[in-house]
Design a protein around this ligand. Structure first.
Ligand SMILES: [Zn+2]
Length: 396
């Protein structure tokens, strides 16, 4: 099977190279924003759609134009990638419209936020140096070996530092899948109170993973910096300064999050063969709390957590099921399978049918594990509760 993986390292550029990075990222942003404006106007005025090919064909003329001739200093493929990013943003937008979801029109990019550029090819790696076309050899901190063939290379600024990330692909022999055994199964529910609640094995052994300290630790500062930024005049010198401080903090939080999630997911995958999660596309998750800063941190962490679980399971041939596709786990009783409406404030599941009382997230985790097992064992949807009854050791 083909395994896709990303490897990210901190770059050690010279001052001159940093200048070039900023120029490359600036040009990519310029083209992206210009293209977005173009598409927007064409659509609003003439209901016309401008494609990636139209915009790509324009590049030659732009490089010859005196006003934008500086674009010819930038590697062509980096410019094309920026236009492709824009195209992808539009494709996603149209897809969401088609699916009747809240669409979210593509946004303009701000200087200092997600400054980045990408090469589809032409990058070479030798030891702790990477060759970026039209920039040259740049040193990076090689913290681990790169596995697979490098497909794309992205250079990105996070806070004060520049990073390089290689997306790689490699073919590995299909790993032998362990048998589907409930003893080695786990149901995982993510939430705001605990980062995750797990139910493992035949006895549904509960494990609670508390929210990592950085969730609350950086929150006050995040609030202060966000408020400070909102009070500055957009585009002013102080605004840029505040923006930079904020993006530095965001970078710090992102690194903590990656570290926490990688360790946790590796642990879970190593100690289980069947991993059952509710899945993040489930609407139920959206109602779990309001939109705010702490929620945004949690959201991003859950997303990364589930993605890590999925790819690590795949890599090791373990079984991964997203049960949210089948039914709402929050509303289902883990003991008898009956359902009732749950309010957001209900911290316990109190079943009117079998009178069990159980902590809300643990109930969901047990239900997810049972549902995942049923799905894997190929039971029909309407028989799904057989799995739950068996999982709890109760009789109907
Ligand atoms: Zn019940």
């Amino acid at each position: 099977m083909f395994l896709k993986k990303g490897f990210k390292y901190r770059l050690e550029p010279t001052n001159a190279q940093q200048e070039l990075f900023a120029q490359f990222a600036g040009s990519a942003r310029f083209l992206y924003n210009r293209g977005l404006e173009q598409r927007k106007t064409a659509y609003e005025k003439e209901e016309k759609t401008i494609t990636y090919y139209d915009q790509n064909n324009e590049l030659v003329a732009l490089k010859k134009d005196e006003k934008t001739s500086w674009l010819s200093n930038i590697h062509s493929q980096v410019l094309q990638q920026a236009l492709q990013n824009l195209d992808r943003a539009f494709q996603n937008f149209f897809q969401r419209v088609k699916e009747g979801k809240k669409p979210g029109f593509p946004k303009f990019k701000c200087k200092g936020v997600h400054d980045s550029f990408r090469y589809p090819q032409g990058v070479k790696i030798e030891g702790e140096n990477v060759y970026l076309p039209k920039i040259g050899w740049v040193q990076f901190r090689k913290s681990r070996e790169i596995q697979g063939v490098v497909k794309q290379t992205t250079v990105v600024r996070e806070g004060d530092h520049w990073y390089v990330s290689f997306s790689t692909e490699r073919e590995i022999p299909d790993p032998a899948s362990p048998p589907i055994s409930e003893e080695k199964a786990v149901g995982i529910d993510v939430g705001l109170k605990q980062f995750a609640t797990m139910a493992s094995g035949l006895e549904n052994r509960p494990t609670y993973i508390s929210n990592p300290r950085f969730f609350s630790e950086y929150l006050p500062r995040l609030r202060v910096l966000s408020r400070r930024l909102s009070k500055k005049v957009k585009g002013s010198k102080n605004w840029h300064k505040a923006k930079k401080q904020l993006s530095k903090l965001h970078a710090k939080i992102r690194h903590c999050r990656e570290d926490f999630v990688h360790k946790l997911s590796t642990n879970i995958i190593n100690s289980h063969d069947v991993i059952c999660v509710e899945g993040l596309n489930v609407a139920n998750l959206l109602e779990k709390g309001t939109r705010n800063l702490s929620r945004a941190i949690a959201d991003a962490s859950w997303r990364l957590f589930l993605r890590c679980l999925e790819y690590k399971a795949k890599e090791k041939g373990k079984h991964f099921v997203e049960t949210g596709k089948y039914f709402p786990s929050t509303q289902t009783c883990s003991a008898c399978g009956s359902r009732k409406k749950m309010e957001l404030s209900d911290r316990e599941y109190r079943c009117p049918n079998c009178s069990i009382v159980i902590e809300r997230d643990l109930n969901s985790a047990i239900v997810e594990k049972a549902a995942g097992m049923s799905v894997l064992q190929g039971l029909q949807k309407n028989h799904i509760f057989l799995g739950i009854v068996r999982a709890c050791g109760a009789t109907p």
